[in-house]
Design a protein around this ligand. Structure first.
Ligand SMILES: C[C@@](CO)(OP(=O)(O)O)[C@H](O)COP(=O)(O)OP(=O)(O)OC[C@H]1O[C@@H](n2ccc(N)nc2=O)[C@H](O)[C@@H]1O
Ligand SMILES: Nc1ncnc2c1ncn2[C@@H]1O[C@H](COP(=O)(O)OP(=O)(O)O)[C@@H](O)[C@H]1O
Length: 308
């Protein structure tokens, strides 16, 4: 592409409808059986420019903690660029800006979404034509949640979460998301899981019953089957999350749940109207930020650009 070509790629936040966690493997990662769903809370990554130089900017929404995002080469977008460039024996180059609406360290895989979107955008900008299998392998190297951010929809994750298979989903699922002003560290929550459950089975609990409810598309059938094995450790570290979940359920949510390693809490609703009513009720009693999103939405995909 030419000097002024630009490409914008959108990637979504995820929630885990089922997060079954097993005892840690020899490499320290926990074996998972998880059911991911991509929801309509998205970051947009725009890549432009050619040789030389690399520049990364983050443009964040009011509810996103900009101070918690590294801008150096540890940012997962820069890591994605480095791995993709190395794969093609190219120098890292371009100007990348991330319009960020997904809260940081929220259990919503916002960094993973940025990484997936950056891979797709830079692949296009550099005309690198990476195969899907290679893109998924690079994504898995970046983080356990990154392959799902490429694929989106509703999908089963196994291994450490990086082996992703789309599943049947005949529902439109409405969620209220309540982020927290202070993020939580994913490794710290997994470590707390190990402390609370030293006798966990090496085989994570399966998701078969939940997958049947997802396929059937019935929120009332899904609600009692939602499961997150990291919820107890997350609430043990942050008791306010337990209070919030009880509040959301008493205000009428079909079910409240910690998202991934937390601290975002998500509430399943029957419809868009129900979700907006619940969001209004929650806003009146406490949290500063309450979002409504539905799922499932697409994985990282091009939403704009020009050929310069
Ligand atoms: C908990 C989950 C649930 O989907 O999501 P988040 O809450 O972070 O969004 C994921 O497992 C997070 O995936 P991700 O954030 O990509 O993790 P990675 O970068 O691969 O790993 C970060 C650290 O988390 C721990 N980790 C991660 C995945 C896994 N299956 N077992 C682990 O023990 C390890 O301590 C690892 O060093
Ligand atoms: N582009 C990015 N966006 C957000 N966080 C990032 C990014 N790059 C690196 N990070 C680091 O990754 C950590 C985890 O971020 P994130 O993916 O938002 O959370 P989670 O794993 O809870 O879903 C953050 O605390 C931050 O230090």
């Amino acid at each position: 592409m030419s000097a002024s070509a630009s490409i914008t790629v959108r990637a979504a936040a995820k929630i885990n409808l089922h997060l079954g966690v097993g005892a840690p493997r020899e490499d320290g990662f926990h074996p998972l059986t998880t059911v991911y769903q991509a929801v309509g809370l998205c970051d947009d990554v725009t890549a432009t420019g050619e040789l030389p130089g690399w520049d990364l900017r983050m443009l964040v929404a009011d509810h996103v903690d900009a101070g918690a995002i590294p801008l150096d080469d540890t940012n997962i977008v820069s890591r994605a660029a480095t791995l993709l460039a190395a794969h093609h024996d190219l120098p890292v180059h371009g100007q990348v800006s991330v319009e960020k609406a997904i809260p940081v360290a929220g259990g919503l895989a916002g960094g993973s979404a940025d990484a997936a979107a950056a891979l797709v955008a830079l692949d296009r900008l550099w005309d690198a034509r990476t195969t899907d299998d290679d893109l998924l392998a690079i994504a898995a190297e970046l983080g356990s949640d990154v392959p799902f951010a490429l694929i989106g929809g509703t999908a089963l994750g196994t291994g450490r979460g990086e082996l992703v298979t789309p599943v049947a989903d005949h529902g439109t699922w409405w969620w209220v998301l309540v982020p927290s002003l202070e993020g939580m560290s994913t490794p710290a929550v997994y470590q707390h899981f190990d402390k609370l459950f030293p006798d966990a089975s090496p085989t994570p609990p399966p998701a078969d019953e939940l997958l049947a409810a997802v396929a059937a598309g019935d929120p009332k059938a899904l609600a009692p089957l939602l499961r997150n094995d990291l919820q107890e450790p997350a609430i043990d570290l942050r008791p306010d999350l337990g209070v919030l979940i009880e509040r959301g359920e008493s205000e009428g949510a079909l079910r409240g749940l910690v998202s991934g390693s937390g601290p975002t809490c998500v509430f399943l609703c029957e419809s868009g109207d129900h979700a907006r009513d619940l969001a209004g009720a929650l806003l009146r009693v406490g949290p500063e930020v309450v979002l409504v999103a539905n799922g499932a939405v697409a994985g990282a995909h091009v939403v704009g650009g020009d050929r310069g």
